[in-house]
Design a protein around this ligand. Structure first.
Ligand code: IMP
Ligand code: MG
Length: 184
């Protein structure tokens, strides 16, 4: 168990997925995506910043088709709670009409962010939209309708950090994914 500083108090973290385990799972996801899309058609990879930047950097280097890499920023979280209010923090890239789009996300919690983004991509006329998320909290989903095409790991409702995932903008650089354990 490691200790990290959270707002001045030392908190215990428990490693859930090591760097090695994440790498192996990412390779499996990339194999599946390569198989499903083939190697000829261009895939527009839409990275949800900031959280997905580490995962996406590893994933896209394992993809074999031509790609166009785009990004988007959304905000829904305050601390460890979903605010329920989704905001686009930058305009959607304007070149996605007619494209096959793969959204790359760090984690799906309530699913509100991705439902919102999925609808936006339908609105601008993407040819197809699929979702790849490293982590998924199925017990927290609000709607049964959200389909996540590629999932790295299903987890429980715990708040996790590392490998791109933050707590108030910190800890994204941890090479592993860890559970935050509150002090006794
Ligand atoms: P949703 O709209 O509730 O699905 O929230 C998704 C977004 O909330 C993710 O893209 C993350 O940025 C953030 N989030 C949700 N759960 C966690 C967590 O356990 N750790 C860090 N960020 C999280
Ligand atoms: Mg995110």
């Amino acid at each position: 168990m490691d200790k990290i500083d959270v707002n001045g108090s030392l908190m215990d973290v428990r490693v859930l997925f090591s760097a090695e385990k994440i790498h192996q799972r990412t390779k499996k996801l990339a194999d599946q995506i390569n198989h499903d899309y083939g190697t000829t058609e261009t895939l527009a990879v839409l990275i949800v910043l900031n959280g997905a930047f580490v995962f996406a950097a590893d994933l896209v280097r394992m993809l074999q088709m031509p790609t166009e890499i785009e990004s988007i920023r959304m905000k829904s979280y305050e601390g460890t709670q979903s605010s329920g209010h989704i905001q686009l923090l930058m305009p959607l890239p304007d070149n996605l009409a007619g494209k096959h789009v793969l959204i790359v996300e760090d984690i799906v919690d309530t699913g509100r962010s991705l439902s919102f983004l999925w609808k936006e991509l339908q609105r601008v006329g993407a040819a197809s939209v699929k979702i790849c998320s490293l982590l998924n909290k199925p017990l927290s989903h609000e709607s049964k309708d959200l389909k996540i095409d590629y999932v790295g790991f299903d987890i429980g409702k715990n708040f996790v950090i590392g490998y791109g995932l933050d707590l108030d903008s910190k800890y994204r650089n941890l090479p592993y994914i860890a559970d935050l354990i509150s002090p006794q």
